[in-house]
Design a protein around this ligand. Structure first.
Ligand SMILES: [Zn+2]
Ligand SMILES: [Zn+2]
Length: 263
């Protein structure tokens, strides 16, 4: 029996950060071997956004986003926004992000996080790019801001979805996708598996968030894009699908949300 190999897209990786300590070429080779042919590296401030673009220029399968993580919101001024706007013109920049709120670590004051989040939603709108949203322990605030500030046709993803089943409806009503990561494989993640089982298949994206959040059984300190199929396998298990079906659906979702991935 001949079978086409599933193709995956890692829609949220940080090979552009110093914490990703693996050799880029070797990691991409392992990813390719696992069927992960495209990887989106996510900017967290100006330098890492530039680095994501530089990597995308060096490697065909790599793409970039530009944004300011809520941790770095304090460092975001008018000049930062102007530079991000310029970077958005790069053809391999597929989205604005990550942006959002992180009330778990509170590394920037909350009012500043909120201001920067709103300003970057505006930037996504101005540049006609979808948005990648980070939300940690700020579910209500993030959803309220998105509901108030996002135009109807602005595509987006609540990345590393952790809000549980209750807030899923509001996320879907926004037209947003949810990003599912390694934690779906963790023994303790029953609520997230419920979300993975219940969310419409055409709204799910796969993401490693590497080097963080390695799937169960992998090297905890060094996640990489090659481990993405572990996440697909778990989603397939809870939905009664094959991993190939999950790969096909999530890859189609990523290409629809991020048109620049198609080149
Ligand atoms: Zn994040
Ligand atoms: Zn991230």
């Amino acid at each position: 029996m001949s079978r086409t190999r599933p193709e995956f897209i890692d829609t949220h990786a940080h090979m552009n950060l110093p914490e990703f300590r693996l050799d880029t070429v070797k990691a991409l080779h392992r990813a390719e071997h696992a069927g992960v042919r495209r990887v989106v590296n996510i900017g967290t401030q100006i330098d890492s956004s530039r680095r994501a673009i530089a990597l995308a220029e060096q490697h065909e399968g790599l793409f970039a986003t530009v944004g300011v993580h809520p941790h770095d919101a304090s460092s975001c001024d008018a000049e930062t926004i102007a530079e991000l706007r310029r970077l958005c013109e790069h053809p391999k920049v597929v989205a604005v992000g990550e942006v959002g709120l992180d009330f778990y670590r509170d590394l920037s004051p909350r009012p500043v996080q909120v201001e920067v989040f709103k300003r970057l939603i505006e930037l996504a709108w101005e540049t006609s790019l979808p948005i990648i949203v980070h939300d940690r322990e700020a579910d209500e605030e993030v959803l309220t801001i998105l509901e108030a500030e996002c135009p109807d046709d602005m595509g987006g993803v609540l990345h590393c979805y952790s809000a549980g089943p209750d807030l899923l409806e509001r996320t879907l009503a926004l037209g947003f996708h949810i990003g599912i990561d390694g934690p779906v494989t963790y023994t303790t993640a029953g609520a997230l598996r419920k979300v993975a089982a219940r969310a419409p298949l055409d709204r799910i994206l796969l993401e490693t968030d590497c080097p963080y959040l390695a799937p169960k059984g992998r090297d905890r300190n060094q996640n990489e894009p090659a481990f993405l199929p572990d996440i697909a396998a778990k989603i397939a298990e809870v939905r009664g699908l094959t991993p190939t079906e999950v790969a096909a659906a999530t890859t189609a979702n990523a290409l629809r949300l991020f048109p620049r991935l198609s080149g």
